[in-house]
Design a protein around this ligand. Structure first.
Ligand SMILES: Cc1ncc(C[n+]2csc(CCOP(=O)(O)OP(=O)(O)O)c2C)c(N)n1
Length: 680
């Protein structure tokens, strides 16, 4: 090791060539000088929040330069050096921080909560930990494509306490994924010191418990960071394994600029000022006569000028012109379908249909889903299935039984018990052009993957233009005497989340057509499958590969006394009731998709009868029935002959006892609602 006598840090340049030493220096400087300028602008009220990474720059810069430019990085709020080291144009970054339309998130996201596909940077969500599992998914994509690449995700010391940290590291270890997890241990998580955050000696100790290698390094030493990540990267590729790197550093400013630093002892600032990553590195370069003082001064002047120039472009950007229609249309990714095997098959179906050569069979609901999945797997080489026990065991409902024999364990993946990480990994796969279907073992368990669904999958396209090509299969619903945690109807949780599509078939034909459509849709789709229908319902299903359009309801039967607007098991309740009450003429509408709703079909049904009952298995308060009812009142008031009524399940958890559950279920009150409407 070469010792720079004037400082407390040891620098070892190893074989790093002078151009790279210089590049590291320039990138450190750029990051620091931008930050210093931002702090001035913040005081002048020209930008809003700022999370400072001053003192931690060596980690972002060293790590980014040790990666290839087309390898994904998942940065957080103190990683300016990642963005600048990937050469993102500074004026566009300024526009981003000002919330300008020409920034990376079109003004929709603040500070560092944005990504750029072009730069292989995945934008964070505020919740910190979810970044880690996305890196798993990207690494899985590299592995499946047999590419010699790694992904890299950052976390702070605080973030390591989140369940997402545990899940992501565990999945990476179990699946042998080439991911580098970098902890920036800067002493505090907001005001919480590390001794209130964890009890192990060092966070790197956690690596061993996951069965992965780890190392703790001096995070303020840019050469140490660069050299470590460079070596770790090669290790991850060669061994196809993850690696944990704990970088010791210090946060030299407040959590964010407005929050102050009173809780940090002064002495720590003094100690860490001595280890300033830029000052020390600069001294090293000069002491080794690698560069001359003039060169250093000149580059500082050059960078300052560059910042001013780019800033003025940013400040002269056109002011935001709000366009509501553009906002609404940018929630989902839309593209013309690519010429994939699937479109070829769709074409085949049409010709087969017209020549009458296709075969329709009477099959069970569960078999229809299975067939849709199987044909999708055959048609999309880039489709991966993930879920607990879905491989050899075939899933608890046997939907994927034998799939592993046809498609192999790489594409039919058993997962550890970690819903959040698997949803995150699905998103990571999507970043690299894969499609995925995740099976929630029971829809109830989505609650432990909820954040990734509603905040990452749902919002990512609107936030920075990246789509989430993910389907989550949700075996749902009650009437199976399974108690509160294996019977819930939780579709309303998702209907309230812009950016998701929510699909809920009630027949075998729709189950097949809609699962295929959901897989072909490049957006996140929450796909509900009622467990009670799996083996109870059969119906005609075309054997060819076909899609049923998402967003279109189906008129099940036409009538003129009462409309029953429903979905899922409700469709069968309505049909059974209608069969037993031929004296009443029912117009039954099967919604099939709950987000987006087919308002045209709803209006047409109201028009047929003037009396509407919205029927669903979900509980009453806050259920989708409330939304439909409000919409009808607002848009079809003149067509109504009675108040819109909702028949839903009791506002209690789903009880276990068969009699209690029967009483809970909406259909136990169906007759009285129909009578009320008839008599109105
Ligand atoms: C799930 C969640 N809980 C709380 C917060 C609020 N919060 C934002 S940053 C932060 C501290 C994070 O500390 P650490 O992970 O050590 O990173 P650092 O800010 O020190 O870089 C907290 C508590 C959050 N963003 N997300």
């Amino acid at each position: 090791m070469e010792n720079n006598k004037d400082c407390t840090m040891f620098f070892d340049r190893k074989n790093i060539p002078p151009q790279l030493l210089w590049q590291l220096y320039k990138n450190l400087l750029l990051s620091r000088l931008i930050e210093e300028k931002m702090l001035v602008l913040l005081r002048q009220g020209k930008i809003s929040k700022w999370f400072s990474g001053i003192g931690q720059e060596a980690i972002s810069v060293g790590a980014t330069l040790a990666m290839q430019n087309d390898e994904w990085i998942m940065p957080l709020h103190r990683n300016l050096g990642v963005f600048t080291s990937r050469n993102m144009p500074l004026h566009k970054l300024f526009m981003q921080w000002q919330g300008n339309k020409n920034g990376y998130s079109k003004g929709r996201e603040r500070s560092f909560h944005f990504g750029s596909k072009e730069h292989f940077i995945c934008g964070m969500i505020s919740h910190l930990g979810p970044q880690l599992a996305i890196a798993d998914g990207v690494a899985l994509a590299y592995k499946l494509k047999k590419e010699k690449k790694v992904s890299l995700a950052f976390t702070g010391d605080g973030g390591t306490s989140e369940g997402d940290f545990h899940e992501a590291l565990n999945v990476a270890a179990v699946w042998d994924l080439p991911v580098i997890f970098v902890i920036e241990n800067n002493g505090y998580a907001l005001s919480t010191p590390v001794h209130e955050q964890y009890r192990c000696d060092g966070l790197v100790d956690k690596a061993r418990s996951y069965g992965m290698e780890g190392v703790r390094i001096e995070g303020n030493n840019v050469l140490e960071v660069y050299d470590t990540i460079h070596g770790v990267r090669e290790y991850c590729i060669r061994k196809q394994k993850p690696y944990l790197v704990e970088c010791m550093t210090f946060r030299m400013r407040g959590h964010e600029e407005a929050s102050g630093i009173k809780y940090v002892p002064e002495k720590l600032f003094e100690e860490w000022a001595e280890k300033d990553p830029i000052k020390r590195y600069e001294e090293y370069l000069l002491s080794q006569q690698l560069f001359l003082p003039d060169e250093i001064e000149n580059v500082k002047t050059e960078i300052r000028k560059y910042i001013e120039k780019e800033l003025s472009i940013g400040f002269h950007a056109t002011a935001m012109a709000v366009d509501t229609s553009e906002e609404l249309h940018d929630v989902f990714y839309s593209s013309l379908p690519k010429k994939t095997k699937s479109s070829v098959h769709k074409h085949i179906r049409k010709s087969e249909t017209s020549s009458g050569s296709h075969v329709v069979r009477d099959i069970r609901f569960v078999d229809a889903i299975r067939e849709g999945l199987q044909q999708s797997m055959r048609n999309n080489d880039n489709l991966v299935l993930m879920g607990q026990d879905i491989a050899d065991y075939g899933g608890v409902f046997k939907v994927t039984e034998d799939f592993v024999n046809e498609f192999g364990k790489e594409r039919v993946r058993n997962t550890p018990l970690c819903e959040s990480a698997i949803v995150g990994a699905a998103l990571g796969l999507s970043l690299e052009g894969f499609k995925s279907v995740m099976e929630m073992q029971f829809a109830d368990f989505v609650s432990v993957g909820f954040n990734q669904v509603v905040n990452n999958l749902a919002k990512i396209h609107y936030r920075w233009g990246q789509n989430a090509d993910v389907v989550i299969r949700m075996p749902t619903g009650g009437t199976v005497n399974a108690g509160p945690f294996h019977s819930q109807s939780n579709e309303a949780w998702f209907i309230h989340t812009p950016g998701l599509k929510v699909v809920y078939p009630s027949t075998p034909a729709d189950a097949k057509g809609l699962i295929i459509a959901a897989i072909n849709d490049p957006n996140p789709v929450i796909f509900f499958e009622h467990k009670a229908l799996y083996r109870k319902i059969t119906g005609d299903v075309d054997e060819v590969y076909f899609e049923t359009e998402i967003g279109k309801a189906r008129q099940v039967c036409e009538g003129n006394d009462i409309s029953i607007i429903t979905y899922g098991l409700g469709v069968h309740w309505a049909l059974d009731y209608a069969a037993q009450h031929s004296e009443v003429s029912f117009d039954v509408l099967d919604l099939r998709t709950l987000l987006p709703l087919d308002y045209d079909a709803i209006k047409a049904s109201v028009n047929h009868t003037g009396k509407v009952l919205v029927l669903h298995e979900d509980t009453l308060t806050g259920g989708v029935g409330g939304e439909i009812s409000a919409w009808i009142c607002e848009h079809c008031f003149e067509l109504l002959d009675a108040p819109v009524m909702r028949c839903a399940s009791l506002d209690t958890p789903v009880p276990f006892n068969a009699e209690l559950e029967k009483n809970f279920m909406a259909d136990s009150r169906l007759h009285s609602y129909i009578q009320k409407l008839l008599n109105y």
